[in-house]
Design a protein around this ligand. Structure first.
Ligand SMILES: Cc1ncc(COP(=O)(O)O)c(C=O)c1O
Length: 485
C-alpha cells in the first residue's frame, strides 16, 4: 500500500473498489453471524497471541491486502450480531446507523461549530426536540450529543455543579471549605462517582444510598441521608437516579426522587443511558414515570436503540443550563461569547472536535421510527421476563432479582456448594462458555455474590437460544461440581 505520489492517496477509484469489497465482506459476515450458525460468538485468543498477530513485523501482515486485513479484524472480534451474544450492553447495530456512520467518517466534519458540519447540527437539533417531546419536557428544553454515557454524565454533573453553586465555581474552582454532595444509589454506574472526582468534588462528595430488594434506591432514606450529610458540613446539590441500573437493570422510583428534589431544591439527574429505550414503547414507558421532572437526562443510542457507538444525548429540561456550564472564551471558534447559539455545539460540551453523532441518531429514527425501535425494546424486555421464568423452573439455578429490563442476573446453584466455592464455580462456568465460543455472557457481583449476567441486546436471540444457555450452564456446572467433589 506504499504510494509513490502523495496525490494518489486520494484515489477515489481505489476507495470505490475497496469499499465495495469491504461491504461485500461485511454483508457476508452479517449473514453468517445472524444465521445461528456454529460460528463462535467470540473466537477466544490470549491477549499476547493477538498482539503478536497484529505486530507490524509479523510476516503475515506484509503487503496484507485491505480485504484480508478486514477479515483478520473480524476474526479477532466479538460478534454482537450473533444471536448467542448475550453479554455487555453493546448493541448489534442496524444498517441505517452503520451506513450513516460510514458517511460521517468519509465527510469527517468535526462538529464543534456550525460551519464544521451544518447538517450534523441541524439533525442533532431535531433529534433533541424529538426526544424532549417524548419525555414531556416543555419548549425550553435543549441538549447536546456526547461520545458516550460517561461523557454525558460528566456534562450533566458539570451543569448541576454550575447551576447549584452560590459562587463562580467555573472561575474560582471548587472551594474545599464549602463541600458539596451528590446523592446516588449504591447501584449507580461508576461514571457518576468517577465524574464527581473528575470535576473536583472529591470522593466524599458522593453519598451512597442503600438499595432495596429490587436493587432500587431506598427513597425512604433520602431525607435522613441528606440531613446526615448536612450535619457533616456537606451541602447536597443533586440526586442522580438510575433508569435503569447497570448491574441488574432496575429502575429507581423517579416520581419519588423528583418530588424530593423539588421539595429540597436539588438538581435531579437521571442516568438513563441504558433504560430510556422504554420511551419508545407503550408497554414499558411507565417505568420512567416522573422523568419529565428531571433537570438533566442521559440516554445512549448505542445501547438500546441499535445504533453504532458511541452516540449519547444529554437533555436539559431548561436548556439554558447547558450554556452556562462551559463559559469558555475561544476566539478562534466563536464570534459571540454571550449568546445561546445552539448550532455551536462546543459551547455546551467539553469536547471540541466531535463526530457527526446527530446524523447517525437522526438516520436511525428516520429509517426505523418509533414503532420498530419500540418493538425491539419491548421484545427484549419480554424475552428477559420469559428467561427469568425458565430459570425459576430449574431447581439448581437461582435468579438474583425479577428483571425489569433486558438484563438478567442468575447463577448455577446446586445444593451443597456455598460461599466462595459457589462464586468460583460460576466464574469458571462463564469462563468455559465464553472460551468455547458457544455464548458470550458476563458476570457481576452483588453483595459478595457472583452472578452470571445477560443483557439481551440482540433482536435475533430467542427462547431456544436461552434454553440452550441454561442447558450449557447446567451441564458444565454439574461436571465442574463433580470434579470438585
Ligand atoms: C447506567 C449506565 N450509565 C452510564 C454508562 C456509561 O456509558 P458509556 O459506556 O457509553 O460511557 C453505562 C454503561 O454501561 C450504564 O449502564
Amino acid at each position: 500500500m506504499t504510494k509513490e505520489k502523495l496525490s494518489s492517496i486520494y484515489d477515489s477509484e481505489e476507495f470505490r473498489r475497496y469499499g465495495h469489497e469491504v461491504i461485500d465482506i461485511l454483508a457476508d459476515y452479517l449473514k453468517e453471524a445472524t444465521s445461528r450458525s456454529e460460528m463462535p460468538v467470540l473466537d477466544w485468543r490470549e491477549p499476547e497471541e493477538l498482539v503478536a498477530e497484529f505486530d507490524f513485523n509479523n510476516p503475515s501482515n506484509a503487503d496484507l491486502p485491505p480485504e484480508m486485513f478486514i477479515r483478520k479484524v473480524i476474526g479477532g472480534m466479538n460478534h454482537l450480531h450473533h444471536p448467542r451474544f448475550v453479554g455487555h450492553q453493546n448493541t448489534p447495530p442496524l444498517m441505517a446507523g452503520m451506513i450513516a456512520q460510514i458517511c460521517t467518517a468519509v465527510l469527517n466534519n468535526g462538529v464543534a461549530v456550525y460551519e464544521m458540519g451544518p447538517a450534523a447540527m441541524a439533525a442533532e437539533r431535531n433529534v433533541i426536540r424529538y426526544l424532549a417531546g417524548m419525555i414531556g419536557f416543555g419548549d425550553g428544553a435543549d441538549g447536546i450529543f456526547t461520545h458516550g454515557g460517561s461523557a454525558g454524565n460528566l456534562t450533566a454533573l458539570l451543569a448541576a455543579r454550575q447551576a447549584m453553586s452560590d459562587y463562580n465555581i467555573w472561575e474560582e474552582g471548587v472551594r474545599h471549605d464549602r463541600p458539596v454532595g451528590i446523592i446516588v444509589s449504591d447501584q449507580s454506574h461508576y461514571s457518576i462517582s468517577r465524574n464527581a472526582k473528575v470535576i473536583g468534588l472529591g470522593g466524599g462528595s458522593v453519598i451512597r444510598i442503600p438499595y432495596d430488594n429490587r436493587y432500587a434506591m431506598r427513597t425512604d432514606l433520602l431525607s435522613d441521608t441528606m440531613k446526615r450529610a448536612e450535619d457533616r458540613g456537606i451541602r447536597v446539590i443533586c440526586v442522580a437516579a438510575n433508569a435503569c441500573s447497570t448491574a441488574t437493570g432496575t429502575y429507581d422510583n423517579l416520581e419519588e426522587i423528583a418530588s424530593f428534589c423539588r421539595e429540597n431544591k436539588l438538581w435531579f439527574h437521571v442516568d438513563g443511558a441504558h433504560g430510556l429505550g422504554v420511551l419508545f414503547t407503550d408497554k414499558y414507558r411507565h417505568l420512567v414515570r416522573g422523568l419529565e421532572h428531571a433537570d438533566s437526562v442521559v440516554f445512549d443510542f448505542h445501547k438500546m436503540l441499535l445504533t453504532p457507538g458511541l452516540n449519547t444525548v444529554v437533555l436539559f429540561r431548561d436548556g439554558n443550563r447547558s450554556y452556562e456550564t462551559f463559559a469558555q472564551k475561544a476566539g478562534y471558534l466563536f464570534e459571540k461569547h454571550d449568546e445561546n447559539e445552539w448550532y455551536n455545539g462546543a459551547k455546551r460540551t467539553l469536547e471540541c472536535t466531535k463526530s457527526a453523532l446527530g446524523i447517525v441518531a437522526w438516520s436511525m429514527i428516520r429509517y426505523y421510527g418509533q414503532e420498530t425501535l419500540g418493538k425491539y425494546v419491548e421484545s427484549r424486555y419480554d424475552l428477559a421476563a420469559r428467561f427469568a421464568e425458565a430459570i425459576r423452573r430449574e431447581s439448581d439455578m437461582e435468579l438474583a432479582v425479577t428483571p425489569e429490563s433486558n438484563i438478567v442476573c442468575f447463577r448455577y446453584a446446586p445444593g451443597g456448594i456455598t460461599g466462595e466455592q459457589l462464586n468460583d464455580l460460576n466464574r469458571t462456568i462463564r469462563k468455559e462458555i465464553v472460551r468455547s465460543g458457544e455464548f458470550y455472557l458476563v458476570q457481576t457481583e452483588l453483595d459478595g455474590v457472583i452472578w452470571l449476567r445477560t443483557a439481551l441486546m440482540n433482536a435475533m436471540t430467542d427462547d431456544g437460544d436461552l434454553d440452550r444457555l441454561i442447558t450449557s450452564i447446567k451441564k458444565r456446572g454439574a461436571a465442574l461440581a463433580g470434579e470438585r467433589n
